[in-house]
Each structure stands twice: as structure tokens, then as C-alpha cells.
Write a protein that binds this ligand. Sequence first.
Ligand code: PEP
Length: 249
Amino acid sequence: MPKHPLIAGNWKMHGLRDAIPEALAMDTAARQSRASVAIFPPSTLLFALSEALNARPEPSPVRLGGQDCHKDAQGAFTGDLSAEMLKDAGAEMVILGHSERRHGHKEACESVAAKTLAALRAGLEPIICIGETLDQRQEGLTHAVLSKQLRDSLPLALEGQTFHVAYEPVWAIGTGHVPTDDQVIDAMLLIQKHLAQRFHNQVVPHTLYGGSVKPDNARHLLSLDGVDGLLVGGASLKAEDFNRIIAAA
Ligand code: PEP
């Protein structure tokens, strides 16, 4: 059965409580779409958004997620949040291994794998991000980098679980540069081959593309082989843009 495309909006470190109406407008668009829609707001907004979405007469189809989590359930880790805390605040999903965490916070694949286990423990659905830098692509290392990230960031415990993998070339994030169709398809096929060889899940994971997705290129990106969802950064902040991407699905 064909999968419903997954359209995920990563708000990063953007959004105060006055952004709640944007999420409600996205909820309205999600109700008219065949896509699964998820919003990943800053953690400070999770609870308020969950309350606002669930205060609507019909249950919201929009799922909420965190942008990272700690590997432990609790402890002396100042500033960190556990997967259980995200769940308690209304999250159903979590983004792990985003390049801004891998590069800005020196997160290794092994740490992403440990966080993925934590997400499963808490009952969150992880989206695990991988992607090469521009230097790595120019040096012909793209396949090696993606394969290593997949091998080391995805724990074996994903067998039988619902999870997703997002291909986000680092050089495409927030830059306006989108890979060629062939580059996207090549990465998606590599991911799908890896997943098929390693896991025998009943729920086939979504493989998402992310990096400078905009309302004008969303439909085309979704038409590419292997792309069954989009992870959207900048264009997910305003309902005006994100709703056009939801409609493109
Ligand atoms: C992202 O941060 O995951 C992302 C894809 O950002 P943008 O859409 O802004 O390139």
C-alpha cells in the first residue's frame, strides 16, 4: 500500500507563544491533506501547542515532536531533556542527529544511536538525519559517509519499530542550494537498500529529503524516486509557506 507522504516542519530555535496561531493554521491545512504532518517546535512550545491543537473539536492530525533528546530518562544533566519529558509535554516524535547537532554539538553517530534507543524506550517515533558536507561530496565520499552514518546511528533495536530516515545534505540546509534530482535519488536508494538489508520492519520507514525545501520545489522533490516525505526548516515557520508544501503532497 502506498505510504502517505510525511511532511515534517523543523522550527529549530524559532517561535514564542505568539506562533501558536501558525500551528493552528497548519492544522487546518493538514486536515485537508493526504499527507501525515508533524511539527517540531522548540521544546518550550510543545506543551502549549499540544494543548492548543487538542482543544479543537476534532482531534488534530498534526503530530508534535522534539528536536533532540538525552539518552537517559532523568539525571544530573543540566539543560538537557529526556525523551520521556518530550513525550510528557505532548511529543510523539523526535528528530535525532540533525546536522546542526552533529556539527554544532559534536554529536557522534554512537550518541545518535543511544538517543534513538531512548526515543523508542519513551514511545517516540524517531526521524534520524544523515547527510554529507560539501567537502565530503567534492572528495567523492558521499556514499562512504552516508553508509557509515546509517551503520552507526541506527541501532539494531529499530527492527520491528516505526522510524524514519532523513537525507539532509549539510550544504543544502538553509542555503537555497538543492541537490540535482540524480543526487537525491542516489542517496535515497542507498538509504532504502541499507534499510532493506538490515531491518525487516512491517512498517516500512519513510525516507525523507531535507534541505532548502520551498513551496515551489516541494511537489517536484516528492515526485523523485525514493522520496516519501520532506523535512522542512525555514519554510515551515509560517503557515503561508508550510501549507503550500502540505498541499503539494
Ligand atoms: C533542516 O533544518 O532540517 C532544513 C532542512 O532546513 P531548511 O529547510 O531551512 O534548509
